[in-house]
Design a protein around this ligand. Structure first.
Ligand SMILES: Cc1ncc(COP(=O)(O)O)c(C=O)c1O
Length: 394
């Protein structure tokens, strides 16, 4: 895309968000803002709840169906394969509670992984499963290392696609190849990548992905979804039963009670979070996903990468170390930098906030995570403050 086209696109994106209260939000890895179309959807849902005669019965079915379809389009899967959740953790706990474990099975996770990718598996220890935490000693789990770590007991490997603290992108295709060959389920938390990078399960059919909705997918907090490959879904034992979980075309009959039996025709929706007609959250989230799809994730990824590139290039020779990968193709939209000393980084972080620039301080480093609503001018401004702050805090 030409620079002019890029700048035109960026203005389109930016005007669909905010206002940001005069601040520069470079922190999507922590919290993504609602686009305006999603604000309008939230306001409509709120209005309907204030005057409930506006809530149509059909909406209890239509909203989850619509959200499933949109999320399916986002990852290259049919909508009916989507599990609606309230977090990234939701989908992981579905697997941890639903897979048929055997005594002495093993789940592999990384010792320094984001906790949401580790905690859900700990319940499997009640079935005699070992959750083994690999001490990595390098930025990402490489396929060769995984191959060495697998044993005959390993059933699941659970990793993040993009590492939260450093922005490293994991070679999922490489890990998938190893896991497939060894008959192991690769389960991926895609929270820090999806929305900023394209990902399609029809191209890379790992065992399962799970994702939070409130970061790069621009939804409210307490949204999320999972996809479980159909053959893996077939392995799962029922872990829950919900009165509103019904196949498409089957209407709820509120006039007959007392004929209760578990359904076996629900597919992925048997594992949905309860309350799927969660109007206040899912209506704005659906609007946000629709907006992302309209823009196209590849175009958004191009814009995010251009912002990241500008940031990295501007820091060259500035005295900052870029902790995250700098090569296109290896990086996500997370740029982690350090002035060298965690205390100085904390001072610099405070100065950025005083200058109305919001980033994150993580593991003693400064983490930038720009997304589509950010502009090239905002990156210039952040770099100027960053460089000035380094000189002032030395
Ligand atoms: C990699 C990753 N996964 C998950 C989450 C959030 O987890 P959940 O949606 O399960 O609350 C975060 C947010 O901080 C994250 O960085």
């Amino acid at each position: 895309m030409s620079l002019l086209a890029q700048r035109q696109t960026q203005h389109g994106y930016a005007s669909a968000f905010g206002p940001f209260d005069g601040r520069i939000w470079l922190n999507a890895a922590h919290e993504g803002p609602l686009p305006r179309v999603a604000v309008a959807a939230a306001e409509a849902a709120l209005r309907e709840k204030v005057t409930p005669h506006l809530i149509q019965d059909d909406a209890f079915v239509d909203l989850p169906q619509r959200l499933r379809r949109l999320l399916g389009r986002l990852i290259g899967a049919p909508g009916e394969q989507i599990i609606l959740g309230n977090s990234a953790s939701w989908g992981l706990q579905v697997l941890a509670n639903g897979l048929p474990w055997r005594e002495r099975d093993e789940v592999l996770v990384l010792a320094d992984e984001f906790p949401a990718t580790v905690f859900p598996w700990l319940v499997t220890e009640r079935h005699g499963v070992t959750v083994r935490q690999i001490e990595l000693g390098e930025p990402v789990l490489q396929p060769e290392r995984l191959e060495r770590e697998l044993s005959a007991r390993t059933r699941v490997v659970a990793v993040n696609w993009v590492r939260s603290l450093t922005g490293h992108v994991v070679d999922l295709a490489g890990l998938h190849e190893v896991c497939e060959r060894r008959g192991v389920h690769l389960v991926v938390n895609v929270t820090q990548g999806l929305g900023a990078l394209p990902f399609a399960v029809d191209a890379l059919p790992v065992a399962s992905i799970s994702c939070s909705g409130f970061k790069w997918l621009l939804g409210p907090y307490a949204t999320g979804f999972a996809w479980v490959r159909p053959d893996v879904l077939d392995e799962l034992n029922p872990i829950q039963a919900y009165w509103l979980a019904l196949p498409d075309g089957v209407d709820l009959d509120l006039n007959h009670e007392g004929e209760y039996s578990l359904r076996d025709d629900l597919g992925a929706r048997a594992y949905d979070v309860f309350g799927t007609a969660n109007f206040l959250n899912f209506a704005p989230w659906a609007a946000a996903i629709e907006y992302l799809l309209e823009q196209g994730v590849s175009a958004i990824a191009g814009h995010d990468q251009a912002l990241v590139e500008q940031l990295i290039a501007a820091l060259e020779g500035s005295g900052y170390e870029v902790v995250s990968p700098t090569e296109a193709g290896e990086r996500a939209a997370i740029v982690v930098v350090s002035a060298g000393d965690p205390r100085q980084n904390a001072d610099i972080y405070r100065r950025l906030a005083q200058n109305r620039i919001d980033v994150a301080l993580r593991a003693g480093n400064i983490r930038f995570s720009p997304h589509l609503y950010n502009t090239f001018d905002e990156i210039d401004r952040a770099v100027a403050v960053l460089i000035e702050a380094r000189a002032l805090t030395r």
